[in-house]
Design a binder for this molecule. Structure first.
Ligand code: UD1
Ligand code: CA
Length: 461
């Protein structure tokens, strides 16, 4: 293959004070390494040409990588610097002509910078191209020292800078394109004679130049690409930047926000114009919301497809499909594999799971619908329950069009209610109910006159 990538993700991030490895700490509810992988895949990399160097907490990172179909990981048992980390993944260098190296804890690296820097790298015939950025405060970063002709002379780490070098504001982003063969030759020559006593990957620049190779610096347009997080404070800062950026994008697309308090929208969420997002609403994953909706307040919508003119008020919805003109809430839980067709109305304290609900059906109050296929224009009274679980197995409930399910009906699955059938309030239905019938399944009322106990309780005037 022509290009491969090595992601450095062995840092433990002690200052984060987390049981998770640093790259698994989240920005907008997605691990930082997930942001990096998104950019890599957008730039055309695949799981096959991606290798990741892992260290402390490797199992946690590997589990996440597997969910993204990445299996090439390289263990760095001791943290001896970025150069040492790349040595662990040296096998990657035999697979590709040019290799991209970047950090798993800098989530804002974007596909455009990756592609443009590769173009610059190949067009200039360089054996190494370092992606750089101009920043206000370069403290902590490696400084870019350019030669008189503008090419890259070397990178000097903060700890090794003299006073003049400290003033340089062009810094190393930690992202590099290397010719794989040149890097392979340079790695054994890295030494630890520096202020940190580590194998610096950045020293490969000088080694390649000494061997007669060309080294370049590619300055990225957006300096946010260098931002990373070493502490919870840094992480909050990244979240603030990402959150404002995402909300800004939706504002530009015609989405309405009266206030942005407590609104967190994942970067891949899509929202149609004139939809209003109210406070304390979290939109996650691959959620797509149509036009003219009102979502929130106090809602969590994850991996859902929502149509147009939908109202979701105090709703928690996961992996569900909600068609046009649905209204749900307040206090509704839509669990995975729920499908609500056009015009469905879900009222307060209703839970729906793994069920399909037909057009204009109404489930207005205090009801649980699980593992059910419900027709159109069905009406549920208050307090209905599908008893879908016998303690061992789950069963389905099927309800025909226009059925009327009376208040406090228990439907013991597997069970089928025919079209246009009615269940009397308080019934517990255990067998099939034919179309157009009324079913009453409850004890006859029995009245005992002059009930002593109660007359004793009533106080005499
Ligand atoms: C590095 C660069 C610096 C650059 C900065 C950008 C070196 C010597 N310096 O510095 O020029 O400005 O990144 O952020 O490379 N890692 C490992 N194993 C290790 C050490 C690091 O996997 O043994 C990983 C870390 O998890 C991290 C990345 O490599 O993702 C960078 O390491 P870090 O220690 O943050 O490097 P800096 O000192 O910040
Ligand atoms: Ca760093």
């Amino acid at each position: 293959m022509k290009t491969g990538v090595i992601v450095l993700a062995a840092g433990d991030g002690k200052r984060m004070k987390s049981a998770r490895p640093k790259v698994m700490c989240e920005v907008l509810e997605q691990p930082m390494i997930g942001w990096v992988l998104d950019s890599l895949f957008e730039a055309g990399f695949t799981a096959e040409n991606t290798g990741v160097v892992v260290g402390n907490g490797a199992e946690i990172v590997e589990k996440y990588l597997n969910s993204r179909e990445i299996t090439k990981t390289f263990m760095q048992t001791e943290r001896k610097g970025t150069g040492h980390a790349v040595m662990q993944a040296a096998d990657m260098l035999d697979l590709c002509e040019n290799v991209l190296i970047l950090c798993g804890d800098a989530p804002f690296m974007d596909a455009e910078t990756i592609k443009k820097s590769l173009d610059a790298h190949t067009e200039s015939g360089s054996l190494v191209t370092v992606v750089t950025a101009e920043v206000e405060n370069p403290t902590g970063y490696g400084r870019i020292i350019r030669d008189k002709d503008g090419s890259l002379l070397k990178i000097t780490e903060q700890k090794d800078c003299n006073d003049a070098e400290k003033l340089i504001r062009e810094i190393n982003s930690g992202v590099y394109w290397f010719n794989s063969g040149a890097l392979k030759n340079a790695l054994p020559k890295l030494q630890t004679a520096n202020a940190a006593g580590e194998y610096y990957l950045t020293d490969a620049v000088g080694i390649i130049r000494e061997a007669g190779g060309k080294a370049s610096a590619f300055c990225a347009e957006n300096s946010d690409i260098v931002l990373g997080a070493n502490s919870r404070r840094d992480l909050l800062n990244l979240n603030t930047i990402a959150r404002n950026r995402v909300i800004g994008k939706h504002l530009d697309n015609g989405v309405e926000f009266v206030a942005t308090d407590g609104i967190i929208i994942g970067k891949d969420v899509e929202i149609g114009q004139d939809t209003k997002i109210l406070p304390n609403t979290i939109l996650r994953g691959k959620t797509v919301i149509g036009e003219g909706c009102v979502v929130g307040p106090n809602s969590v919508i994850e991996n859902c497809k929502v149509g147009n003119n939908v109202v979701l008020n105090n709703v928690q919805a996961y992996r569900s499909r909600i068609s046009d003109n649905v209204s749900a809430g307040p206090f509704v839980h839509l669990r995975p594999d729920t499908i609500l067709h056009d015009g469905v109305k879900i009222g307060d304290f209703v839970e729906v799971k793994n069920s399909e609900i037909g057009i204009k059906t109404s489930i207005s109050h205090l009801t649980y619908i699980g593992d059910s296929d419900v027709g159109k224009d069905v009406n549920f009274g208050c307090g209905c329950v599908t008893a879908n679980y016998d303690g061992v197995n789950k069963f389905r409930t099927v309800i025909g069009d226009h059925a009327f399910i009376g208040c406090n009906t228990n439907l013991i699955a597997p069970v089928e209610i025919g079209e246009n059938a009615t269940t009397a309030a308080g019934s517990t239905i255990t067998r099939e109910v034919p179309a157009n019938s009324l079913v009453i399944e409850r004890g006859q009322a029995k009245i005992i006159e002059n009930w002593e106990h109660n007359s004793k309780r009533i106080r005499k005037a």
